[in-house]
Design a binder for this molecule. Structure first.
Ligand code: CTP
Ligand code: MG
Length: 526
């Protein structure tokens, strides 16, 4: 269908809120259908066209075959809903919740042929990624290949917005004008296939309706129930919505209410889309920091390239993890990449303070006494004069943080300069908006040491590999060498001989050699 444009291309020049608005509106006109394995695509589309024009559609696998159908008008969905039934089970009883998630039955399943093409929604295997990188021509080429393989596809982004929109329908049963928007890596331009879906329940629009008329002698207020704190209210609301998702939410499974966390949340798995979802409320600053990352990621292609490489490297080296703990997070790493790029001479990207100076009246934003103002219009930011290539920058990134005085200095993207560290935490990265907070407060000394050690080794590997390409090498080189299960430690390898890691590397090498004649892109498709 020719929809595989990358995120940057489709969102260039659009402000974050324009992009979000457009995507949300598109999602509201879309439905999700679980389909039988064999499905005649044309007939299905023809059938659905009875309810109105279809502007877009695609199929994907996740616990069975699914389709996303985008109508050109919202009304088509109401028409389809009118023509759909609540199934009557024999042993089970349905909760009659009419959502935009359907199940399609074939009246004549036997004589159907399937002609659908599935869009891939999951991250390819690690070995396949390394093989593809080994076949690239330069480190720069490797970095771009990595991004192409792992970045969110157009279809995956649509599916993320649709999933939020389906959950919004459920929350709207209680709060009719609430919105649920994706934030974090789903929207900040740094997400990779398979990343979690962070959702933000926004009830604030409800409050905004009060264009308070001060004239006259009366002031009408809603009669409401009061609780002792805002946190309390958030917990109550998320508790109820969590309960709803668990009881009525089609496709929502493993619902966990984690209401005592610093930021209360409901975690669940949306089985049909395959997303692990974290629903939070009252989290406007996180939305603002997602927008900030979106701006940096859209400003200069080198930001995404570098952040992608560093995030993948950290994951492969187990510097980050999906389990919370004393390690670095993707968010912290991305801020480190931004800081590093601000520190180049000339800078690749401007400081947050300069983005604030470019802001206009509309951009002004204060959240809980924190100034979150920065320019939203990308066109107002001057392109960089820095001409360094991404492979140089990647190598320099590792060298820079391999030698950074973490004991003395803090990382501050607001100023674009290091500051004196205000406390004794091993690594201090100032939260860009809540400036008295350290976003890497969780990181302990030994995790930081591992990061520094691996950064130095990686800088060394990249330097050693300079100019080397796949033609002259049968071993993983450049970025591929950095993504191996563990960067081989020279001194340790000498002493201890070939350990477990080397066994894994050996096997991988053999399979690369065996496959080296094949097209690397073939590894992508399932
Ligand atoms: N966040 C924050 N402070 C932190 C951690 C997270 O403000 N200490 C905000 C950031 O805006 C971040 C969002 O919460 O983007 C989501 O957090 P998380 O899911 O941990 O990070 P992602 O950027 O989504 O990356 P990942 O792919 O690991 O999910
Ligand atoms: Mg996330």
């Amino acid at each position: 269908m020719g929809m595989r444009k990358d995120l940057q291309e489709t969102t260039k020049k659009k402000t974050f809120s324009e992009m979000q608005k457009e995507r949300r509106e598109q999602a509201q006109r879309s439905i999700l259908i679980s389909c039988p394995k064999k499905i005649p695509e044309k007939k299905l589309l023809k059938h659905l066209c009875q309810h109105g024009d279809i502007t877009n559609h695609f199929f994907f696998e996740s616990f069975g075959l699914h389709a996303v159908i985008e109508f050109s008008k919202k009304e088509s969905i109401a028409s389809l809903q009118d023509a759909s039934f609540i199934p009557r089970g024999e042993t089970e009883f349905p909760i009659p919740f009419k959502s935009r998630f359907f199940h399609l039955n074939l009246k004549n399943p036997s004589n159907q042929t399937s002609d659908v093409q599935c869009s891939n929604q999951s991250s390819p295997l690690n070995a396949n990624i390394i093989k593809a990188l080994c076949n690239a021509e330069s480190v720069e080429n490797q970095i771009n290949t990595l991004m192409k393989i792992l970045q969110l596809t157009e279809e995956n982004i649509r599916l993320r917005y649709l999933t939020c929109s389906l959950i919004e329908d459920i929350a709207a049963a209680y709060f009719p004008s609430c919105t649920i928007k994706p934030f974090g890596s789903s929207v900040n331009t740094f997400g990779k296939l398979g990343c979690d879906l962070d959702m933000f329940l926004d009830l604030d629009d409800i409050g905004k309706n009060s264009t308070t008329k001060t004239e006259g002698s009366f002031l009408m207020e809603y009669q409401v129930k009061n609780v002792p704190s805002e946190r309390w209210a958030t917990q109550k609301i998320l508790g109820v919505i969590g309960e709803c998702l668990d009881n009525f939410g089609p496709g929502c499974v493993s619902v966990q209410k984690i209401l005592n966390a610093r930021c209360p949340l409901v975690r669940f798995s949306h089985q049909a889309s395959g997303f692990q979802c974290d629903l939070t409320a009252n989290n406007r600053i996180a939305m603002k920091s997602s927008e900030l990352l979106y701006i940096y990621g859209s400003l200069d292609s080198r930001v995404r390239a570098l952040a992608f490489s560093v995030r993948c490297w950290a994951r492969q080296q187990s510097l980050t993890s999906s389990i919370p703990g004393s390690w670095l997070t993707n968010f912290s790493l991305t801020i480190m990449v931004i800081f590093f790029l601000q520190k180049r001479s000339p800078p690749v990207i401007p400081s947050l303070d300069s983005l604030k100076n470019l802001a206009d009246v509309k951009d002004k934003c204060i959240i809980d006494n924190n100034d979150c103002t920065f320019v939203s219009n990308l066109d107002r930011i001057k392109p960089s004069e820095n001409t360094e290539t991404v492979d140089t920058l990647l190598c320099q990134f590792f060298e820079y943080f391999g030698n950074f005085p973490f004991n003395k200095n803090s990382i501050n993207i607001r100023k674009g300069k290091e500051q004196n560290k205000p406390d004794s935490s091993p690594i201090y990265i100032q939260n860009p908006f809540e400036i008295s907070l350290n976003i890497s407060r969780n990181v302990n000394e030994s995790q930081l040491e591992r990061f520094v050690h691996l950064a130095r080794e990686s800088a060394w590997i990249l330097q050693e590999n300079k100019g080397q390409s796949s033609k002259t090498s049968t071993e993983p080189w450049g970025l591929a060498a950095l993504l191996l299960p563990s960067v081989p430690n020279k001194s340790k390898a000498k002493k201890a001989g070939r350990g477990q890691t080397s066994e894994a590397v050996k096997k991988l090498l053999e399979s690369i050699k065996a496959e080296s004649t094949k097209d690397p892109r073939a590894t992508r498709k399932k």
